[in-house]
Write a new protein. Sequence first.
Length: 87
Amino acid sequence: MGGQGDFVRGVQMAARGRSVIALPATARDGQVSRIVARLGGPVTTARSDADLIVTEFGVAELRGQPLDARIPRMIAISDPKFREELE
């Protein structure tokens, strides 16, 4: 295990702390979306700990948001060619 979980939780304990997870929106030279509707494997950061997720298409502010509000925010930072599929 790495330290991502510790980082995410630790920064949330700081005054005005915000965790930022940055990732490219796609993998395999743009052929696969890294923003997906369902996870198919292990997860390092629990959804309750997700705060700011950043891709080259923007920032999704997720802290304190219910699941139905998180979905459009994550779709908005996905690669545009995958957005319809994610909706």
